[in-house]
Ligand binder design. Structure first.
Ligand code: ZN
Ligand code: MN
Ligand code: MN
Length: 276
């Protein structure tokens, strides 16, 4: 089964997110667990969490259809002890929120190593995820990136290196973002299935916990991350139909992080028509 839907806003009340997804005809959706641009988080009230869970059920979703996205300030690969400490605290806090909301996994970028050796950054990210997973019985899904600047995780092999270096690798999976794949240099326009097969061969198909389906404004191998609506970018609609028909896209949240929300219903309808 295909479960496709957008990253929806949590403004006003996080409990409104499921109906925002349902209004678009979504079978899955993504949320931030808190304002993604600040370190601080007001504790999640039991009322909001309860409202979210009852709304989730009311609209026919369960926690497995929701792919939470961790905030952008968290840098798992940071060489700065203070930033690392703050990042650890915030990711733990976000996981606590996921637990209260009945969600089972959180998507996060592998981080930027900033300075020094790339390899040290990889090891810092692995030990970061280990530390978080030791305190929390939870699943982390690391998202591939377009590898701008010193960001890790452009090459899928590099994501695998992080996972393999972690003791708690059984609770770490991956999210494949198509715009990031393309920006890094995987030609998903012409080789959509082959790219997914390559990822599945590398990680194991069951390790692909979700996908971010975004067309790309940025060119192949530009190392840029610019999302575009499905079919309006460099990747093109055909590649997304191929991805949606792939066995590796079934039964997991496929999230649209596309810029024009008025197009979400038709993007969902288009992709859902591509059943394998
Ligand atoms: Zn992301
Ligand atoms: Mn993404
Ligand atoms: Mn992106």
């Amino acid at each position: 089964m295909l479960y496709i839907g957008p990253h929806v806003s949590i403004s006003k009340d996080i409990g409104l997110a499921p109906e925002r997804a349902a209004e678009n005809g979504a079978g899955a959706f993504a949320i931030f667990t808190k304002n993604q641009k600040i370190w601080e988080a007001k504790p999640l009230s039991p009322q909001s969490a309860g409202f979210f869970k009852s709304n989730l059920e009311k609209h026919g979703y369960d926690g497995a259809r929701v792919l939470a996205h961790a905030g952008y300030l968290i840098n798992p690969a940071s060489p700065d002890p203070e930033l690392r400490r703050k990042s650890l605290r915030l990711l733990s806090e976000e996981i606590t929120r996921c637990n209260l909301l009945g969600l089972d996994k959180i998507n996060i970028h592998p981080g930027a190593y900033i300075e020094g050796d790339r390899k040290d950054g990889i090891l810092r990210a692995a030990s970061f995820f280990d530390e978080v997973l030791e305190d929390n019985n939870f699943t982390i899904s690391i998202e591939n990136t377009s590898a701008s600047g010193t960001n890790l995780g452009g090459a899928l092999e590099e994501l695998l290196e992080i996972i393999v270096a972690a003791r708690n690798r059984d609770r770490i999976g991956v999210t494949l973002d198509t715009a990031h794949l393309y920006g890094y240099g995987y030609d998903v326009r012409n080789k959509a299935s082959a790219t997914l097969e390559r990822a599945a061969a590398l990680f194991g198909g069951e390790k692909i916990l979700g996908m971010h389906l975004n067309d790309s404004k940025a060119a192949l191998a530009s190392r840029k991350d610019r999302h575009e609506s499905i079919g309006r970018g460099q990747i093109g609609a055909e590649a997304f139909l191929e991805i949606a028909a792939s066995p590796f896209a079934q039964d997991k949240p496929l999230i649209l992080e596309t810029p024009d929300e008025t197009l979400w219903p038709q993007e969902i309808r288009l992709l859902t028509s591509a059943r394998s």
